[in-house]
Design a protein around this ligand. Sequence first.
Ligand code: SF4
Length: 472
Amino acid sequence: MARSYVVRTFGCQMNEHDSERISGLLEADGLQLAEHEDDADVVVLNTCCIRENADNKLYGNLGFLKRWKDEREGRQIVISGCLAQKDRELVAKKAPWVDVVMGTHNVHRTAALLQHSREHGTVTEIFDEAVIDDHALFPSALPARRDTSYNAWVTIQIGCDNNCAFCIVPSVRGAEISRPFDDVLAEVRALAANGVTEITLLGQNVNSYGRDLQLNARQAGHAEVRVRPLFAELLAQAGSVPGIRRVRFTSPHPKDMRADTFAAMGATPTVCEHLHYPLQSGSDRLLAVMHRGYTAQRYLERLAQARAAVPDLAVSTDIIVGFPGETEHDFVGTLEVAAAAEYDYAYTFVFSPRAGTEAAEMVHDFVDPAVTAERFQRLRVVVEHSALLKHQARIGRVEEVLVEGPSKKDPTVVSGRTRQNKLVHFTPPHPLRVGAYGLVEVTGAAPHHLVGRFLEQTAEPVHKRRIPVLAG
Ligand code: SF4
């Protein structure tokens, strides 16, 4: 009987994408997906070190997995992802029953490392940087097992060249490396040929995509070095691949957002009207301490440019409350920028130190947790008010939705996502296939979702500017 596996993923989309590849590699090696750990022979924990107490949670899970492993001969435990990259040999030292510890640049080695551990015992393999090899470099170039057949992430870049004071990513994911332009497009074409209609271009700082490619080409003395803005061009070309109906991207960095990206978003009908635009703080002083590379004014100016170029643009953001040294004055700056930005959605976080980051060293400036909690609530009021107003303004409109499946709370209700990335709940008169497109009239609004009335299924893309207006 074939051996079976489960992969448990913690953290961001990059990790989820890596998990798809780990699953694909295990299946290419003959393993089958198990529904639960109880049925599995291999458990992979793809870890994240961004979340609070990630270390404690990992080692707590490993205690449980030791009992799981002892229950059946031949079971194996793999620890991958950012926490493995950061803790390295420490993982196997603390939990010697683990079989494989592999870093963020070692995903392509999953099957080989499992085999190695079967023959030689626990193995820790952490590459410090991406190996210059197609398969090793970009997880998208590896086989994948995706949970959905209609949408897919496409890695366009790995690593990050920034040094935001609160972020561990550059030290666990390495320097930025862009995937060759034609490789990205080839993957998008292959996905479209397999029925994928929605893609999300994925990187830590997508709008600096291609900088290194241009630099390398110049250093190699290529006469025909592209001077065109590569990310804007990539958006336009990926969005023109036949069969692709929606293009999204994440995450951009405000300091690198350029007018040509906004122009490409506006001019490419398949590129969705949604921009995730992380603010982090509205205080120029704190933005400088964070090394974010923009001011609040610059941020808002570029946001205005984006909205001018992309009609009906929805905007989401990330904001940290209680960053070390945050004063009431700094925080009021954040409230003001958040109010001025009129976000559709905001991911708000209470600062918590991540070992290995500059901010974690600023212990003398840590903000009293009670003060942070009170500020957090004040910020929630501002962003939820703005989200509700944005959603209420959509009542009566017709939106194209991509069907995601039954609602988590009520299986008689179907959930879909609009081009603006808003969740809509509706009850269709007949079953709808997951991945189908339809039109919904918005009838109700809440800060985190819309409610709608299903109108019809659509075979052809309904792009911006072509959505019909309801009579009356
Ligand atoms: S841009 Fe900043 S927050 Fe984003 S991954 Fe890079 S260092 Fe982290």
